[in-house]
Design a protein around this ligand. Structure first.
Ligand code: ADP
Length: 567
């Protein structure tokens, strides 16, 4: 029910609903005409056989003429309905992808889904499962509609020829559908969903190797990576073996079911033909009608495999929808539902102030900071130090609003920027890098060149890569996804500072953001930050950092802390 409401239906009630319903109606029209022509075609097939058996040449050539006429009219309808269906599928996919991408990338949901391990492979769900859903459900809609129409078309034909055959057909299809649905359907949906997950895990593992090529190569970790990926792949195969075992069972059942139908009409109608009460063409007609009606009535039996694939995709999209909707404000809800969890409040204000902050890890396993209160006046600077694992970066995450597990209140200026140790460089030109996360915005050449020169990054301007695209006149070159791997960590860290200078920031939070710089460059950067009156909070180990800060917060293990004034 939830799948229907939250995954399958929303498009049909969205802003695009008129276009969608219009196209769907058009598709229905094409399918109706196509099916009527098919029914007529089969009826005349029987007529053709009967004419031959009766050695009636006029009746035969008349049937051939009608036959050819139907072919000429019918083929364009049959071809066009496929096109319209695919086109509608494309619009639906477009709408769904926008909706899910938007949900996934709104707020910090993508971060929280990963942090709390709520959901596996959201990327695959957005790419593959939406594609399967939009294409396959329309294909099934067309098949079900065609089958329903065929059922109506042929019911009359079969009823006229033999009522007992009709009764056999109904019982046979009902029994077959029940066995398929309950015996094979349920387990196959689960196995298909598991297969999708394992395939995605395997792909993710290979992508992880691609992302970390240098580190793996330096460690000479190929053998280890091979063994891990191979194990992942074995998991894929293991489930796949299970899947094909079930498919074998299903195929055995389907084939018995299908082949029995060739003989059933013959056996039931034979006595009447032998007694001379029925023309041979009627038997052909009845046979074809019986089979087509059975295909319609027992659609679930015959299409079970693709139906369970679709079911698995719908299930995975429903989970994504649920995960995006749920308020994951506090991770502890997942681990300890007994206690009503509290949440760290973050609000904006003039200066940075922390009051009664208690911070735990997202799994609520460890209390990193207990009851911390401090205020940092505007334009002043604070250095956070402490042993590794004490919670320094976690405190910054809490200030950024990423970690909310714990209690207390954090006030921070609106224009606060964060500089992580490893700056993120998305694919794009230098201007696009520097504008991130905003879209490319015009930056004066002179201003840009000055900043870049000051930070000793002049050589980037001459790089042969399309990093530097003129902002207004030339068309933007293709983004170069390798930029990230062409710069050293120190260069990336300096680029991240250019980003800060290009924005008006009143508070800057640095998590070992100068760790890869030489002392001279570090000094230059801190001095210029201080001159511009920015409030600074740094996390760092280097003793050289102390001289640029007014206060020091030392985090100890077990949540203890000390706060001191340095000057
Ligand atoms: P540091 O003081 O070195 O910056 P961190 O703030 O990064 O330390 O980490 C503090 C502690 O939180 C560490 O013990 C780390 O293992 C733990 N931690 C980090 N990330 C997570 C997470 N996603 N879930 C649970 N614990 C985490």
């Amino acid at each position: 029910m939830l799948s229907l409401r939250s995954v399958l239906l929303p498009y049909w009630f969205s802003k695009e609903k008129w276009g969608a319903w219009g196209l769907l109606l058009f598709l229905v029209g094409l399918l109706v005409i196509q099916t009527i022509l098919k029914v007529v075609f089969i009826v005349y097939g029987g007529e053709l056989t009967s004419a031959l058996a009766a050695q009636d040449s006029e009746r035969f050539w008349q049937s051939v003429g009608i036959f050819l006429g139907i072919l000429v009219v019918g083929i364009p309808f049959a071809s066009f309905s496929g096109y319209v269906r695919e086109k509608l599928g494309l619009f639906w996919r477009n709408w769904l992808t926008h909706r899910y991408l938007d949900q996934y990338l709104s707020g910090i949901r993508f971060y929280q889904l990963r942090l709390y391990s709520v959901l596996d492979n959201p990327d695959q769900r957005i790419e593959e499962d939406i594609r399967v859903l939009s294409q396959e459900s329309l294909r099934f809609f067309a098949i079900f509609l065609e089958s329903g129409l065929q059922l109506i078309g042929f019911a009359g034909v079969l009823w006229n020829i033999s009522k007992p055959l009709m009764a056999v057909l109904l019982v046979y299809s009902a029994v077959g559908s029940a066995i398929a649905l309950f015996g094979f359907g349920r387990p196959l949906i689960g196995i298909n969903a598991e297969q999708l997950k394992r395939e995605a895990d395997f792909r993710f593992d290979l992508a992880r190797i691609r992302e970390n090529t240098e580190a793996i190569a330096l460690y000479r970790g190929e053998a280890r990576e091979f063994s891990r990926s191979w194990q992942q792949f074995q998991q894929v195969l293991k489930n796949f073996s299970r899947l094909i075992r079930w498919q074998l069972g299903l195929n055995l059942f389907q084939n018995h079911y299908r082949y029995a139908t060739f003989i059933i009409p013959g056996i039931i109608l034979a006595p009447r033909v032998l007694a001379g009460n029925l023309e041979i063409g009627d038997v052909t007609q009845a046979g074809v009608a019986f089979n087509l009606m059975l295909q319609a009535l027992a659609l679930v039996v015959l299409q079970l495999q693709p139906l369970t694939n679709l079911g698995a995709s719908v299930q995975r999209l429903t989970q994504l929808e649920q995960a995006c909707r749920e308020d994951r404000r506090v991770g502890t809800t997942l681990q300890s539902p007994r206690e009503e969890p509290t949440k760290i409040q973050v609000q904006s204000g003039e200066s940075l102030a922390i009051s009664n902050l208690t911070l735990t890890t997202p799994d609520a396993d460890k209390t990193l900071i207990r009851d911390l209160s401090l205020t940092l006046p505007v334009g002043k600077s604070l250095l956070i130090v402490g042993p590794s694992g004490a919670g320094k970066s976690s405190l910054l995450r809490a200030i950024a609003g990423l970690w909310q597990t714990g209690s207390g209140m954090i006030t921070r200026p609106d224009s606060t920027a964060f500089l992580p140790q490893r700056p993120y460089l998305p694919p794009g030109t230098l201007r696009q890098q520097l504008s991130y996360p905003d879209l490319e915005r015009p930056i004066e050449d002179a201003q840009l060149n000055k900043l870049i020169d000051e930070l000793g990054l002049g050589h980037l301007l001459n790089m042969s890569t399309p990093m530097m695209a003129s902002s207004q006149t030339e068309p933007a070159p293709e983004p170069d996804p390798r930029i990230s791997s062409k710069l050293s960590l120190g260069e990336k860290q300096r680029l991240a500072f250019v980003r800060v200078y290009l924005k008006s920031v009143s508070c800057l939070i640095l998590d070992e953001a100068t760790s890869a710089l030489d002392l001279d460059n570090e000094a230059k950067l801190y001095q210029s930050l201080k001159q511009s009156g920015i409030t600074i909070i740094s996390v760092g180990h280097r003793p050289s950092l102390r001289q640029y800060h007014d206060y020091e917060l030392t985090l100890r293990t077990n949540g203890r802390w000390e706060h001191a004034q340095l000057r």
